[in-house]
Structures are given as C-alpha cells and as structure tokens.
Ligand binder design. Structure first.
Ligand code: NAG
Ligand code: NAG
Ligand code: NAG
Ligand code: NAG
Ligand code: NAG
Ligand code: NAG
Ligand code: NAG
Ligand code: NAG
Ligand code: NAG
Length: 432
C-alpha cells in the first residue's frame, strides 16, 4: 500500500513539475473538488477516504453533515512529518473558535502537547465527547473541471482535531478513523475549503444507495451534470430555505406530510422551527428518518389506512411498522408515495413508494421510519436512507438547499457519477 501511494505521489509530483516548467507558474485554483463516498455495509452509514499526512495515507472518515470539523484518532497510529499543533491564542485557534489551552501529561506525540488549543470532539453516533488537540496537516482532494476529474489539489495546513481512539465507539463503520464534518462552521470542510481555494460557499451531496458503487461530496460548483451524456439537472432541482442550528447543523422547514397526496392529520405546530428544537434536521449519521413520537403514531396509522389489504408482521427493530412483503392479490394501488411539503405545495420532498419501505427480513418489509420518542432533537430528522440517490445542493451563501430525486426525474442515480479516474487502485480496494 505504502509503495503504491509513494509511487502516486512521485507520479503526481512529476506531472506537476513537467507541466509547470512549460506553463506560467500560477497557484492552482480549482473551482470544485470531489470526495468519493461509499456506503458501509454493516451500518448503512457513509464513509469518505481522505488523502492525508506525509507520507500520504488514505484515511476513512464517517461523513457527518452536521459535524463542526474533521477529527481523526491520532494517539496510536498517526505518523506524519507534516503534523503540527498551533499554540493556544493563535489565529488558527481563534479561527476554529477555540480559546482553551491544552495540557498533556504523557510523552509528546500527535494529540499530546502543552499550550496547544483544546477542542471538544464529539462522536455523533454515541454523543460522547472528549477533549482533543487542534492540529494542522497536509490534506489532498481530487479537483474537477466540469464533470471530468482534474489534478489533485493540496492544502498544506488543513485544520482538524486530533482525538483519542476511545472516541470511536458505537455503531461506527469498522474502518472509520474519525469524522468528516460538513456543518456550517468555519473549519468544517465546506467553509475551510471554500476559504482556502476562494470558490463559492456551497457543496453538494450525492450518496449512493448501493454498497457497490461510490457516491460523492462535491465542494464548490454543483455537479448538475452527473456524467457526460446526461442532462443538466439544475432545472429539476427544488430549493427551500436553509436555517442553521446553534451547533452549526442544517435545518429546513417541512410544513406538512402527505401520504398518497392526503395530508397526515397531526398538530403541525410541532414542525415549526424554533432554532435548534423542532423543525426538520437533515442528518447523515441517522440511518433512517426519525419522527417525534406523536407524529410517528399518527403517521403510522395513516399509512396503514393507505396501504389496505397488506398483512402486518411483527415489527423488526428499530422500525415500528412492518408488512409481509409479498403483496397479496387483494391489495390495489401499489406502495403509497410520501411527500414532505415545504414552503408551498409545489416544493416537496417526495419519497417514492418503494423507498418508503425497507427489507428488514426475508419476506418482511418495514416502513423506513423510526419513532424518536418525546424529546427528540428535532421533530423530523431526515436520515441517510432517504438522502440516498438524491442530489442535495447546500448553497450556504444564499441560505438555501436544493434537492432533486434522481430516481423520480432522471434515469440516473448517484452511482452514475464517473469516478473512474478519481479512484486510485488503493482507494478501490479500500471500498467494501
Ligand atoms: C494501529 O495499528 C495496529 C497495527 O497495524 C492495529 O492493530 C491497531 O488496531 C491500530 N489502532 C487503531 C486505533 O487503529
Ligand atoms: C507538559 O508540562 C508538564 C509540566 O507542566 C510536563 O510534566 C509534561 O511532560 C508536559 N507535556 C508534554 C507533552 O510536553
Ligand atoms: C454488489 O456486489 C455483489 C458481489 O459482486 C453482488 O452479489 C450484489 O448483488 C451487489 N449488490 C448490489 C446492490 O448491486
Ligand atoms: C447547468 O445549468 C446551470 C443553470 O441553469 C448552469 O449554471 C450550469 O453551468 C449548467 N451546468 C452544466 C454542466 O452545463
Ligand atoms: C395531488 O394533489 C394536487 C392538488 O392538491 C394535484 O394537483 C395533484 O395532481 C395530485 N397528485 C396526484 C398524484 O394525485
Ligand atoms: C397544537 O400544539 C400547540 C402547542 O403544543 C397547542 O398550543 C395547540 O393548541 C395545538 N393545536 C391543536 C389543534 O391541537
Ligand atoms: C405552483 O406551480 C403552479 C404550476 O407550475 C403555478 O401556477 C403556481 O403559481 C405555483 N404556486 C406557488 C405557490 O408557487
Ligand atoms: C418467503 O415467501 C415465499 C413465498 O411465499 C416462500 O416460498 C418462502 O419460504 C418465504 N421465505 C421465508 C424465509 O419465510
Ligand atoms: C469514465 O471516465 C473514464 C476516464 O475518463 C473513461 O475512460 C470511461 O469511459 C468513462 N465511463 C463512462 C461510463 O462514462
């Protein structure tokens, strides 16, 4: 592995030297970067491999749409000649919003220095947290020109947090060595990359529903053309206002829910967003969409009314409603569509019939929604399963998010993006 990445490093370095000796020297300014992402078979969560450190290694990260920065465990296997930890009260620390000084009583190593800045690192799956060290190291990304892969873009002093490996608990993807945060925070990936390269403050998410093919995260210009030969999908994107929660997380306002085009009768005051509580959160670390308990109860009984003639089965956790998946002949009308209606009835997030159910066991399908109980962080949390095969465009400068169901409007999915030249043989092997 090391020899392949060394070879690639030398290969790319040679490319740069030979091309730059002919061309006028100018700093490389990509206007978009792409990060291939794959779905972890065991957890259903999504993992991105990021090129990092000197010598360069590929590090797998859990993708956390609402995370505040990139964090990686570095108490055991982190070895990089380009690692450095800024001193407390430095500009880097204030940029990351860290005002506490770190002290460490063991031998100095990455993550353990005195007078560096302390940063609270959180595991989004267990909500456990611990103090880490703010650090900088070299990080590289694949750049794009239109929908084609271009050269590798490198950031020498990317800010991230260095955390103890005890933080990797819970249903964490097995290979994961940290969390890649995409939240609306100054050193989370989208804003740190936009500020370094000077491209627009926007990013797009296209998660693949298959564990066999990669989806991607696109920083900068949106990949409206997923591949050559496909139409520009910008016209079929619907946009809704985006609001930012107190922990830099992404909320939208769902005004009502429809099943089979009929409004589900629950108290919609639960849906109106007071900042950080109520409202609809979008999350990649929640596998299935979660509904607050009273919404869930009404939603489930309404769904049963719309799905007549299909025998129920004992429910399979974490789901609350399951059916026999062999549709009986007495059933008519197929699977009901579900709409999350936004600012007006023209803007809705549609969950197509088959996507509202998930195969939980042989012959048993469950409604792909989970009862969140009474004190949920948000009344609705749209989870990873319902984000898959949608192109989501987070336009942070204009506080809006666009979405397009690729399944509904286009004969493509997130796996259609041509990563052929983006994946090195090593990355290809690291996928499940
Ligand atoms: C560090 O590397 C060793 C040997 O490769 C491995 O056994 C161990 O699990 C690794 N530790 C972590 C936290 O990844
Ligand atoms: C930090 O300072 C303490 C003394 O205040 C010392 O014992 C410790 O070894 C130092 N840690 C590192 C990593 O240098
Ligand atoms: C993924 O690949 C495996 C083995 O190649 C195959 O058995 C499986 O059906 C594929 N899954 C999907 C969703 O395409
Ligand atoms: C797609 O259309 C949008 C505006 O409608 C435009 O800004 C963008 O450049 C187009 N993208 C491609 C790849 O043609
Ligand atoms: C759903 O209802 C709207 C009006 O509320 C109507 O315009 C639309 O055609 C209906 N769609 C279906 C599939 O019935
Ligand atoms: C909806 O909930 C709000 C706040 O809990 C309450 O004030 C209101 O009366 C409820 N409306 C209905 C129709 O139950
Ligand atoms: C919804 O779409 C229809 C047809 O495209 C349009 O006539 C109507 O004005 C739209 N309504 C709103 C509230 O945007
Ligand atoms: C699933 O249903 C089919 C057809 O009814 C039946 O042949 C099969 O044995 C069932 N499988 C299980 C695991 O129950
Ligand atoms: C993907 O890109 C590679 C390299 O540019 C090209 O050889 C291949 O034909 C493309 N595949 C598709 C399906 O467009």
């Amino acid at each position: 592995m090391a020899s392949i990445s060394n070879f690639l490093l030398i290969f790319f370095a040679t490319l740069f030297i030979t091309s730059e000796s002919r061309v006028v020297r100018a700093p490389f300014r990509p206007n978009s970067l792409v990060l291939p992402v794959h779905k972890d078979t065991a957890t259903g969560l999504h993992v991105a491999n990021i090129r990092k450190s000197t010598p360069q290694v590929l590090v797998p990260f859990l993708v956390d749409l609402n995370g505040n920065f990139l964090w990686v465990v570095c108490d055991q296997n982190y070895s990089s000649s380009s690692y450095n930890a800024p001193f407390c009260h430095s500009t880097q620390c204030s940029r990351a919003g860290d005002h506490y000084c770190h002290k460490c009583h063991s031998a100095a190593r990455p993550g353990c220095h005195n007078n560096t800045c302390a940063v609270l690192t959180i595991n989004p799956l267990t909500h456990r947290y611990t103090v880490g060290e703010l650090a900088q190291d070299v990080v590289s990304f694949q750049s794009m020109q239109g929908s084609k892969m271009a050269q590798i873009a490198t950031i020498p002093n990317f800010l991230f947090a260095c955390a103890p490996s005890s933080l990797l608990q819970g249903p964490f993807p097995k290979s994961g060595q940290g969390v890649a945060g995409l939240g609306h925070a100054p050193v989370a990936l989208p804003l740190q990359l936009a500020s370094h390269f000077g491209f627009p403050q926007q990013f797009s998410l296209c998660l693949s529903s298959s564990t066999n093919t990669s989806g991607g995260i696109f920083f900068g210009n949106a990949p409206y053309k997923l591949a050559t030969g496909f139409n520009n999908i910008s016209k079929s994107m619907a946009y809704t206002p985006l609001s930012i929660g107190p922990q830099a997380e992404y909320f939208i306002l769902v005004k009502s829910i429809k099943i089979n085009n009929k409004t589900v009768p629950f108290n919609t005051s639960l849906l109106s967003g007071t900042r950080g509580f109520g409202g609809t959160l979008i999350s990649t670390t929640t596998p299935y969409t979660v509904l607050e308990h009273s919404i869930f109860k009404t939603f489930v009984s309404f769904f049963i009314e719309q799905f007549v003639g299909v025998p129920q089965e004992e429910s399979v956790p974490p789901f609350g409603l399951c059916f026999n998946s062999n549709l009986p002949p007495t059933h008519v009308g197929g699977y009901p569509n579900i709409d999350f209606v936004m600012q007006n009835r023209n803007v809705s997030w549609t969950i197509l019939g088959v996507d509202s159910l998930v195969n939980a066991r042989p012959n048993v399908s469950c409604l792909a929604f989970v009862d969140g109980g009474l004190n949920t962080r948000a009344s609705i949390v749209i989870g990873a399963y319902h984000l898959e095969d949608h192109l989501l465009h987070f336009d942070l400068s204009n506080s809006k998010v666009g979405f397009s169901s690729l399944r509904k409007s286009h004969p493509v999915n997130c796996a259609n993006f041509n990563f052929t030249s983006a994946l090195t043989p090593e990355e290809d092997r690291m996928r499940d």
